[in-house]
Write a protein that binds this ligand. Structure first.
Ligand code: CA
Length: 695
């Protein structure tokens, strides 16, 4: 104890002495640097000192809709986007608000498959660039937050325009800002656009999949798409085809190349999308383009003919690795399909790949091409048999970024084993609704044994992976799948939040847990670190959201209720702040009906629920996200339900109107299905402690 006291004193002295003239250390771009390795050279917080780590300050965000952003820190100011793309500029020393900008996108929130989340902003010398859910890129004055210019990246004449959204962070490449979009679950065609930072003038656009044959776009992608259009069949353009670049876009200044990670097919079902034929380039691929012209350089397709939402949008790390005696410029990615890839980023050549989680759809990769050796059972639309497959559409690794430490030579991956049934949808697909061509189960009551079986197959890990040997070095098992993005530091640390409401510091060599903090909410966003006046800080946006908590239902409650106050939490070695105490609100677990509804009507409501409601209110009507748990909402049985679902009474709270999609009879069926689920869970045995536990 005394020793620790002296050590702290010593540290304070050393902090004071090095504050003079020591250089500040920013977090200037999304992945920290052009390698996007999220490895910081800072080491004041290290394996020895981490026990002194404490909360320096925090900033309340007044939303419960989820946080995914990587904050940017430049010249003493933190810039980040919260839910609904609300942008904050905050003093990085003390958390004082400098400005706040709200782009007013509430009405557009239903366009996003996975909540009104935002993965961050880009910051130039004098501007903050944010991309909004409704498709705009907005340039803000760095000092004041005032709008300088804005462009709409989605052409209103595009028949699929309403299906696009943006959740990704824009990237600055030279004097341009680059942005993609999402929406492949609703019917959309992916593209990335480059705009001049100065005035928003368009420089180039690269479409990731072909459009209708014989109709060139007059864009940078025309030539290459004409060449790969023979990898498509059928009338794919009606659904858009997919390939949306909704997250990762990276720039290698030395090669003058931009690497685009592309998403899944739209719809997922390859039979429906492309008559079950062709690889469908450039779905689920990494595509390299020239930074100045946007013209194609190379591509590598991780999942040919994707049929499972196996996106390759996940973060990429650019580094040099010594492979068979030669230094190679490599690109590392762990996409949703469960394989870890090492590619040559000059040529796109496949170097190696191995599965880092349970993969049941392929027997590995072809050693020379990297093409997956698929199992025949995986193509559910051909076999006519649904198959329970690992990974699920959520992926072995999703958007929470992995990090790479050149000191340990290890990549730290927030990974999971979650399976799901893939089967062809029987009902007709509605473009603009949840249009996957895969049967979506609305879900029903689960007995304890089924719940246990489900949970036993579902696991979350932090995996330390050696990219040279393609082997796991250690893994830490988490309480539940879907955990936070990762930061690695020269202090020998790996730092990540998790679904079980903690922020944890691990030893980068061994994976031993060195320190943890109760964040009062699940954490998905990756931590960053910076130093100011000689003091190192760690900052992380805490808040639970995104696809898994919204769609997962009871499965997403494996670590308990992860919903809590959304905040920016900032730590330092002398931090001594405490969070106010927090008790999650308990809603009574009472059935909203006293007798079970007509099962005929409820059965009609189930597919409607799956198509229109499940994405936010959860499988089985069990809400594990911040949206109301409809099983517990008496509004469902009142007249207000009509006003909300059809009338749009809660549009300004983020609940859209379904007037164009549902009629009065369908609304009654939907109501019956929700009532049935409420009765199944609470009707016969109301308010047992177990029922309450879920909340
Ligand atoms: Ca997707």
């Amino acid at each position: 104890m005394i020793q620790r006291y002296f050590y702290t004193l010593l540290l304070i002295f050393s902090l004071a002495s090095c504050s003079q003239g020591s250089s500040d250390h920013d977090w200037p771009v999304h992945g920290l640097n052009h390698r996007a390795d999220r490895f910081s050279p800072l080491q004041q917080i290290n394996t020895e000192t981490v026990q002194q780590l404490g909360l320096a300050w925090f900033f309340d965000l007044q939303t419960d809709r989820g946080q995914e952003a990587t904050p940017i820190m430049q010249d003493g100011v933190l810039y980040f986007s919260s839910a609904y793309n609300v942008v904050y500029a905050i003093d990085a020393r003390n958390g004082h608000l400098i400005w706040r900008y709200d782009p007013q996108v509430m009405a557009a929130s239903a366009r996003s498959c996975c909540g009104p989340v935002s993965r961050g902003v880009a910051v130039s010398k004098d501007r903050v660039l944010v991309a909004a859910l409704d498709g705009r890129v907005i340039s803000l004055d760095k000092k004041t937050g005032r709008v300088q210019w804005q462009v709409q990246t989605i052409d209103p004449a595009n028949p699929l325009a309403e299906n696009y959204s943006i959740t990704g962070a824009p990237r600055i490449v030279k004097d341009m800002v680059l942005i993609g979009n999402g929406g492949a679950e609703f019917g959309s065609r992916g593209y990335v656009t480059a705009y001049a930072i100065a005035d928003g003038a368009k420089r180039w656009r690269f479409y990731t999949v072909p459009g209708q044959p014989g109709r060139p776009d007059n864009e940078a992608s025309d030539d290459i798409l004409a060449k790969v259009s023979n990898t498509w069949a059928g009338e794919y353009w009606k659904y858009g085809g997919g390939g949306t670049a909704w997250d990762t876009i990276e720039f290698d200044p030395e090669l003058n190349m931009v690497f685009i990670g592309t998403g899944n097919g739209s719809p997922w079902n390859h039979q429906m999308r492309s008559s079950g034929m062709g690889d469908n380039l450039f779905l689920s691929s990494i595509v390299a383009v020239d930074a100045d012209s946007g013209e194609y350089r190379w591509h590598f397709q991780t999942t040919p003919a994707d049929a499972w939402d196996y996106t390759a949008t996940q973060n990429m790390i650019m580094t040099d690795l010594e492979i068979e005696g030669k230094t190679r410029k490599v690109l590392l990615q762990a996409p949703k399909n469960g394989f870890f890839y090492v590619l040559d980023r000059v040529t796109g050549e496949f170097i190696s790949g191995e599965n880092f989680v349970n993969v049941s759809w392929a027997d590995g990769l072809d050693a020379s091409t990297g093409r997956p050796l698929e199992k025949s059972s995986a193509r559910y639309y051909r076999t006519g048999q649904p198959t329970f497959q690992f990974p699920s559409s959520g992926g072995g690794h999703n958007w929470p970024p992995m990090a790479y430490s050149p000191n340990t030579g290890l990549v730290y991956i927030p990974a999971q084993d979650v399976g799901m049934p893939f089967g062809a949808a029987k009902e007709e697909q509605v473009i603009g609704a949840y249009t996957t061509g895969v049967a979506m189960h609305a879900g029903g009551a689960l007995d304890e044994a089924s719940k246990k079986a489900l949970y036993d197959g579902m696991r979350g890990y932090l995996i330390a992976w050696d990219p040279k040997t393609q082997r796991e070095v250690w893994r830490v098992e988490q309480q539940a799948p879907f955990n936070g993005g990762v930061l690695a530091t020269a202090g020998g640390l790996v730092i990540a939040g998790n679904a079980a409401r903690e922020i944890v510091v691990y030893d980068a060599q061994s994976g031993h847990k060195l320190w943890s903090f109760d964040a009062q909410t699940g954490v998905l966003a990756p931590p960053i670190t910076y130093s100011l006046d000689g003091k190192q800080y760690i900052a992380v946006l805490a808040g639970w959201g995104g696809g898994w908590p919204l769609t997962g239902g009871v499965m997403a409650l494996q670590a308990g209720n992860s919903i809590g106050p959304n905040r920016l939490l900032v730590f330092s070695l002398d931090g001594a702040k405490r969070l106010p105490s927090f008790e999650p609100e308990i809603t009574p677990a009472e059935s909203i009906v006293s007798t079970p509804p007509s099962s005929v009507l409820a059965n009609e409501g189930a597919p409607l629920y799956a198509r229109y409601c499940l994405r936010c209110h959860g499988t089985g009507v069990v809400s594990a996200g911040a949206y109301p748990d409809l099983r517990r909402s008496s509004i469902v049985m009142s007249e207000a339900f009509d006003h909300i679902v059809l009338g749009g009474a809660l549009v300004d709270k983020g609940m859209p109107s379904f007037k164009d999609k549902l009629n009065e009879n369908q609304l009654k069926a939907l109501q019956a299905f929700i009532a049935l689920r409420s009765y199944e869970d609470f009707g016969t045995n109301p308010s047992t402690p177990e029922n309450n536990q879920e909340n």
